[in-house]
Design a binder for this molecule. Structure first.
Ligand SMILES: [Zn+2]
Length: 79
């Protein structure tokens, strides 16, 4: 015979699901935070020639457009 009855089997099943969901939720939050940090370090640059938008590193003022290879100068916004 099985040592635990239906009630405790159900409670154990529910607890395992809650733990699984909690672990996945924490992992997702950590992944989103890393993604935000990556986005925060780069800035949006727009090519004047082909109007293509792309991200460049924050410490660079000049970049080449990935589509048409045109030189793009990032104008710093006044804050
Ligand atoms: Zn371009």
């Amino acid at each position: 015979m099985i040592g635990l009855d239906f009630y405790w089997a159900f409670v154990l099943y529910l607890a395992l699901w809650l733990v699984t969901i909690f672990v996945l939720w924490i992992r997702e939050l950590r992944r989103l935070r890393q993604y935000d940090l990556k986005i925060g370090k780069s800035e949006l640059c727009r090519c004047d020639k082909c109007k293509y938008n792309f991200l460049i590193e924050n410490n660079f003022n000049i970049a080449r457009c990935p589509r048409c290879n045109e030189m793009c100068i990032l104008r710093k916004r006044r804050k």
